[in-house]
Design a protein around this ligand. Structure first.
Ligand SMILES: NC(=O)c1ccc[n+]([C@@H]2O[C@H](COP(=O)([O-])OP(=O)(O)OC[C@H]3O[C@@H](n4cnc5c(N)ncnc54)[C@H](OP(=O)(O)O)[C@@H]3O)[C@@H](O)[C@H]2O)c1
Length: 358
């Protein structure tokens, strides 16, 4: 069997993704998005999921360097990551780490419970954790791992944080809870931000399969990139809907943005087959960006003062541009919102807020 046969059709999606990543990088000549010295986070609390390596580590480190109190939400790598972020960020901000496994919805509930019991008020949430499994894997909640980690668990995490007032807002207050008096908050805490680390692959994904959304099905390496793209389409569409819901009467209560960092040299392809791994690692090292550069669009959305009052932005590496029109469609957004709420309810995690009715 020649190399061509080995690579096709089993890995054509992955190869195309790799080629697009490199091309994207070579084509993009716009200046990098940077933060000003004045874009500080002193007094603000930031939370980053998947902060123990890759992009998440670079994002968390820079947020701490800019004075934020940073909560590292990690499935593994605590306490090593605490040490690394403290050392690399200097003494500017403060850092703590908490366990969070997005592949386990009970872990998400425990995580938010702990934040709420501590009275945490989070100003910047970066939903960064993501996975590209090499085959379908069922989580203990019964969902496909990429579907749950890259989409459904994020939906639960954010909604619960909003419901419990961990992210300050009035829209998602659970029935019976005290409405938040936003006038009591200091100015800089009034508009929290949620930034989702997404991917351009949301654009080429197949349409959302509403009829069998969340139904576990078998797939193998050949479909890995397509499944990943679909999970990013889901989180893009859901985030656009969240941005609409958090802007009642035109006033932004919580800003919601998404970003594709471009091709970044991380462990994202760690499950690639052993026979392509050495060549893949070498290609990523040579052509993909270091994590500090990959983190810039996300940091821009999370911390740039120039974006105050804006919501619903999608940044691809260096430019703000429209997301895929279907991901921006309010009717599809509303259907996905309802479908996600039903799936969570079926899994024993009903959403409590009135915001489920739009
Ligand atoms: N690298 C790229 O070129 C690229 C391009 C576009 C978008 N992205 C997106 O960027 C984000 C970060 O990925 P990366 O490139 O930095 O990859 P990475 O180095 O593999 O990091 C992924 C992070 O997600 C965490 N994670 C995975 N499953 C989890 C779970 N069940 N619960 C909690 N955390 C979990 C990992 O934790 P463990 O260490 O415990 O596994 C790790 O911290 C992802 O959303 C990815 O889709 C990356």
């Amino acid at each position: 069997m020649g190399l061509r046969d080995l690579l096709r059709p089993r890995h054509d999606g992955a190869l195309r993704a790799l080629a697009f990543g490199i091309l994207d990088r070579l084509r993009d000549d716009a200046p990098e998005l940077t933060l000003d010295v004045g874009d500080r986070l002193d007094g603000r609390t930031c939370l980053v999921t998947g902060a123990n390596r890759g992009l998440g580590l670079a994002i968390a480190t820079e947020l701490a360097r800019r004075g934020g109190h940073v909560i590292l939400a990690c499935r593994s790598g605590i306490p090593e990551v605490l040490d690394v972020v403290r050392r690399q960020s200097g003494s500017s901000g403060t850092v703590e780490a908490m366990h969070l496994d997005l592949g386990d919805l009970d872990s998400v509930e425990r995580f938010v419970d702990e934040l709420a019991e501590d009275g945490a008020c989070v100003d910047v949430v970066v939903l960064n954790a993501g996975v590209v499994p090499k085959e379908a894997r069922r989580t203990k909640d019964g969902f496909d791992e990429s579907f749950q980690v890259n989409f459904l668990a994020d939906a639960l995490l954010v909604t619960r944080m909003l419901e419990r007032g961990v992210i300050a807002n009035t829209v998602f207050a659970a029935p019976g809870s005290e409405p938040l008096d936003r006038d009591d908050l200091p100015d800089e805490r009034r508009v929290p931000r949620i930034v989702v680390v997404s991917s351009e692959s949301h654009r080429s994904a197949r349409p959302i399969p509403f009829g069998r959304l969340g139904v576990f099905h078998r797939w193998s390496m050949r479909q890995a990139v397509a499944e990943y793209g679909l999970s990013k389409r889901l989180i893009e569409t859901w985030s656009a809907e969240l941005a609409r819901r958090l802007r009642p009467h035109g006033e932004v209560e919580v800003a919601v943005h998404t970003a594709c960092p471009g091709a970044v040299n991380t462990d994202i392809a760690r499950e690639a087959p052993a026979f392509v791994k050495p060549a893949l690692d070498a290609t990523m090292r040579a052509f993909f960006k270091p994590t500090e550069a990959g983190a810039r669009p996300v940091l821009h959305l999370a911390a740039s003062r120039a974006l105050e009052g804006r919501t619903g932005l999608y940044v691809h590496v260096t430019r703000t541009k429209p997301r895929c029109p279907k991901a921006d469609d309010p009717e599809i957004g509303r259907r996905l919102w309802d479908a996600a709420a039903r799936l969570l309810e079926g899994a024993g995690h009903p959403l409590l807020s009135r915001s489920t009715e739009r």
